[in-house]
Design a protein around this ligand. Structure first.
Ligand code: ACM
Length: 632
């Protein structure tokens, strides 16, 4: 009896402990190593699925394993690696969860639905050595440690957004992005398809959207300081997805249990529409051109701005609503997901304020402000979207002037929009820029590719995000996203650099249990995934290893304070222009920076004598600027 009690107590205690150290991202709910030899994967290993659906997932897993191992598998009903759809549902794991057990004799993955089997298969890949990510056959010790896992997500909406307007990404690039999302159990791909800099989706009934709206004059180099389109200049920088390509990508994502949320961003951010159909704006300027990323707005801080060109649709025009009906008819037919995102962010109202038809509509409808006018617009768009059998989602600006009756809100300017919407009983997806905007700087500006970003979101900041605000009914928080705007992201490799490792941290936020978060354990897992990406030929940032330098003044003397996000690194520095190495001065506390304009601090981090990040050079003047600043 007593023995049983002890055993029971042990089981209870172990269920409260964080999952044992492992390399899985996102962190599983329950993970334990078990007392068995590892499972050895060989060319003779068999892979099975208990029905056709399970066999489809087994085939995907086998194909993944084949690439690096060179082993060929035929999928059967019973295998040493066995995928089983439960005959009786396991209530603990829901639709996306799975159980996984590994012993020296076999691997068992069980789930209630195919999605769960797929996620179990992703975990299994992560239990194999990092070489498994190689696209070519490599030799490695193909063993899987004996363990037991029970796993299911905290949130049903685990999204990543990719902006394909500011820079266009090919169909193959988009698939590559989706592939990596799937590895980390993300399940919504938010496709930002339209913006001022390009309309990227074929709409057959509105051909000018892609004939004109998908092309801009070519510009190279820094975004935002480009020249405006010149008189008569040819718009030769083009890119859009045909409807066949969209269907192909939707199917590709669905095979990986990812739904696609299409975004058509209206009524602001619409230069590409207005360039194609000038009659849809208040000013109806026939000379407006798709933006090549030049300065066409003035920003005054606190989100206040003025558009120097009219990039907004006219909410008083019936033509606009017929246009949107055509667009959403075709969008709804292409994307099976229940939501369509209709944007609503950063809509400048200055041209509406001076437009006689807008003024007349406001008087007729009793709309007191242009926020209410935008709300009138969104409510009409919601009706259009609902008439196609879909639900509207919009950025948190759609709260201003009154939320459309059934709208869901994507909260980006902070958590406040999401809190307000949830209190009104609307569904919310959290993507506050302070935590999960992965276009923002992730490290020291002096050594990051983009030095002009308006904010920094370091990895540790992203990892600290809690999607459910205090006092809010969690049932209204569908989940969250990581959003990648691409003004400064011209290639898929740069997209990966911005996305990872922050999307690894964010995967933990949306899938794993809140209590499981542990920074040092996360950074250890991260390093294993960096190795995986090295084998895959994928890109990621090592900015979390780079020195973070701030300044302080003590008794009129300037000091540099240096740290790193990843713990346990050694920091070495110089003040004599030489490149720091492990024989330079080791950082042990604030470094006094001598007077003199010519003084430069050069600092780098090392582990076991090996360089682990970028060398950061900072002038004395720059350190002075950082006195009292928390983050550069
Ligand atoms: C946004 O970042 N403008 C939604």
């Amino acid at each position: 009896m007593q023995k049983h009690l002890v055993l029971l107590a042990l089981v209870f205690v172990s269920s409260l402990l964080p999952a044992q150290n492992n390399n899985i991202i996102p962190q599983p709910v329950a993970f334990t190593y078990t007392r068995s030899l590892p499972f050895k994967l060989t060319a003779a290993t068999t892979i099975g699925g208990n029905n056709a659906e399970a066999q489809r997932v087994a085939r995907q897993l086998a194909d993944q394993i084949s690439r690096a191992t060179g082993f060929k598998f035929t999928i059967r009903k019973q295998g040493a690696i066995q995928l089983t759809l439960n005959a009786t549902p396991n209530a603990e794991i829901g639709d996306e969860g799975y159980t996984l057990s590994v012993t020296n004799t076999g691997v068992k993955i069980n789930a209630n639905k195919a999605a769960g089997l797929f996620y179990g298969a992703q975990t299994l890949l992560q239990l194999l050595p990092p070489e498994i990510e190689s696209a070519e056959v490599v030799s490695a010790k193909w063993t899987i440690p004996a363990c037991k896992i029970t796993d299911y997500p905290r949130f049903g909406w685990r999204g990543m957004m990719l902006d394909v307007s500011r820079h266009f990404f090919s169909k193959e690039d988009v698939k590559r992005y989706i592939d990596r999302m799937a590895r980390y159990k993300y399940n919504v791909f938010h496709w930002h398809l339209t913006d001022d800099e390009g309309w990227r989706i074929e709409i057959k009934s509105l051909p000018k959207l892609t004939q004109i709206g998908a092309c801009r004059v070519p510009r190279y180099g820094k975004w935002g300081v480009h020249e405006a389109p010149k008189e008569g200049e040819a718009a030769t920088d083009c890119g859009f997805y045909t409807q066949d390509e969209i269907r192909e990508i939707v199917a590709y994502a669905a095979e990986r249990h990812i739904q696609i949320l299409p975004e058509i961003d209206v009524p602001g951010h619409s230069t590409a529409v207005v360039a194609s159909y000038p009659e849809l704006s208040c000013t109806q300027d026939p000379n407006i051109k798709v933006s090549p990323g030049y300065k066409f707005a003035e920003w005054y801080g606190n989100g206040q701005f003025k558009m120097l060109v009219d990039n907004t649709l006219d909410p008083s025009s019936e033509q606009v609503y017929s246009f949107l009906d055509k667009v959403f008819t075709e969008v709804a037919a292409l994307f099976p997901f229940g939501y369509i995102h209709a944007g609503g962010d950063e809509c400048y109202h200055g041209y509406w304020e001076n437009d006689p038809d807008c003024k007349e509509l406001m008087a007729k409808e009793g709309l007191k402000t242009t926020h209410e006018l935008q709300s009138y617009f969104t409510k009409r768009v919601e009706k259009i979207i609902q008439s196609k059998g879909k639900k509207l989602m919009g950025w948190d600006e759609i709260l201003e002037g009154g939320l459309a009756p059934e709208a869901a809100v994507m909260s980006w300017r902070g958590l406040e929009g999401g809190i307000e919407a949830a209190k009104l009983g609307h569904y919310v997806v959290m993507s506050p820029n302070d935590y999960v905007y992965i276009d923002l700087l992730q490290g020291e500006p002096a050594v990051e590719p983009d030095q002009t970003s308006y904010k920094t979101v370091r990895l540790q900041k992203a990892y600290s995000f809690e999607p459910v605000p205090e006092g809010i009914d969690p049932k209204f928080i569908l989940g969250g996203q990581a959003n990648l705007w691409t003004e400064k992201v011209p290639t898929i490799r740069q997209a990966e650099y911005m996305t990872y490792p922050r999307a690894w941290a964010i995967a933990d936020l949306y899938w794993s249990q809140k209590e499981a978060r542990n920074w040092d354990a996360f950074t250890q897992r991260m390093e294993n995934h960096m190795e995986r990406f090295d084998h895959a030929g994928a890109n990621y940032a090592r900015s979390a290893f780079d020195p973070i330098v701030t300044g302080s003044m003590v008794n009129g003397k300037l000091f540099a304070n240096i740290t790193t996000e990843v713990n346990g690194l050694d920091i070495y520095y110089t003040l004599d222009e030489s490149i720091p190495d492990k024989y330079s001065r080791k950082y042990t506390g604030p470094v006094e920076i001598p007077d003199g304009k010519a003084v430069t601090l050069k600092v780098a981090s090392f582990r076991n004598g090996q360089s682990s990040g970028k060398m950061v050079p900072l002038s004395r003047d720059e350190i002075v600027k950082r006195v009292k600043r928390i983050d550069p």
